[in-house]
Design a protein around this ligand. Sequence first.
Ligand code: FAD
Length: 466
Amino acid sequence: MLPAMLPQPKPGFLEALRAALPKARLLTEPVDTEGYRFDETEFLHPGRPLGVIFPKNTSDVQAIVRLAAAHHIALVPRGAGTGLSGGAIAVEGALTVVMTQMDRIIEIDEANLCAVVQPGVINADLGRAAAAKGLFYAPDPASFETCTIGGNLAENSGGLRCVKYGVTRDAVLALEVVLADGAVIRTGGKTVKDVMGYDLSHLFIGSEGTLGIITEATLRLLPKPAPTLTLLAFFPTVADAGDAVARMTRAGLVPVTLELMDNFTIRAVDGAMRLGLDRDAGAMLMIESDAGGSAAEAELDAATEACQSAHALSVVRSADPAEADWLREARRKAHWSLEQAGAARMDDVGVPRSRVPEMLAAIERVAAARGARIGVFGHVGDGNLHPTYVLDRDDPSAEAQLDAVRGDIYAAALALGGTLSGEHGTGVAKRGYLERQRGVDAVRVMRAVKAALDPLGILNPGKVLA
Ligand SMILES: Cc1cc2nc3c(=O)[nH]c(=O)nc-3n(C[C@H](O)[C@H](O)[C@H](O)COP(=O)(O)OP(=O)(O)OC[C@H]3O[C@@H](n4cnc5c(N)ncnc54)[C@H](O)[C@@H]3O)c2cc1C
């Protein structure tokens, strides 16, 4: 069951919006709204928005949703627009609702190890605020200096520390959500355990703005871990690096970070950041431990052993925490570095960890067979890889090549029991593949949930569900 197609819009929406929210920033001129049409996903084709509005609080969001429902106007919730599946791209004739002015850290509650925040808070700002109190917010997408907590929640984002601390979902205690009819609900509280009724937090986490607009979150904090120790290992081939990962997993190692870069990515990052990486290596692993003291040394010793058994060319450790931070920053710059070589569309497949070597081999085969330039990096410790297709934007066949290459890579991921998105979401980019991965009946359930929560279909139409 699909929500009904939005009926014909009723006139007077923008006038009613201005009257209801006279102090809210509202952009309607194309020259002003243009910057809010795209996200970071290359080769998508957004619509032209009716306008872009910046609510300041939950009541503003309620007023916007109620007016939109009454006038049959679609809404596109948006954080910082760093998404990589097109979730926040503009929909023709819709109002984009940018949450960045709702950016207050309402409370860091040391007694209950949690933070209460508005959705426009930047991920790294929450991390710094927690650290100032000796606490730690674990989820850290590579975009952490720019992306918002609202976007992280709506995508159930991962990051570099998931191997040990899990994804955004694992840090959520409660959400405040404005529903499609303007009602406000709370899905939990500050209690560590809470199993009353259905688990609505987990319904909204990862729903990509299609089921409700998140206006507040209560997030779990942890005691601040020890500074990280970092190890870099270089390998002759990507397959050897995959073998080292499999050995570490089998040995029961749970480092805080286990990241991979292939040769194309190593060269791009080193070219951009001049780190002195081994540009001839086929692959590099970055392994971090925050276990502290001798436990960290022991963890990295065991990782070194696994790498050496997998034919590592060299293994080096960071000299101090500052060098470790610098190396982590280099990994975060992988996408940006590949962008220097062309239009870079970052993909996001996940496989069971034992199948990582086979997935890496499959990506190499696809690149060779299709003559494609693919940089591979990602959170290999989670089995989550980002094959990044580097294309020439001016080449008229680039989009067709992109679709052919990613089609092959998706087939390989599914054949290995994997997923077509580990952390970037379905959005527009992958909605056409949803049924193939989940099956007709699971998608029917998703459509029923959407229809129940958003019967008019005003929330982010065309995202997730085609
Ligand atoms: C260089 C780079 C590195 C990245 N690294 C990672 C990574 O390591 N791990 C990872 O998981 N992702 C990563 N990403 C992807 C992206 O940063 C994340 O998906 C991030 O969570 C998006 O946040 P945002 O604020 O930019 O959201 P947007 O892109 O603005 O929106 C994303 C989705 O969230 C919805 N949304 C936003 N706010 C709300 C709200 N308040 N209520 C309801 N829906 C809302 C939007 O409708 C959209 O569907 C990376 C992106 C880039 C460009």
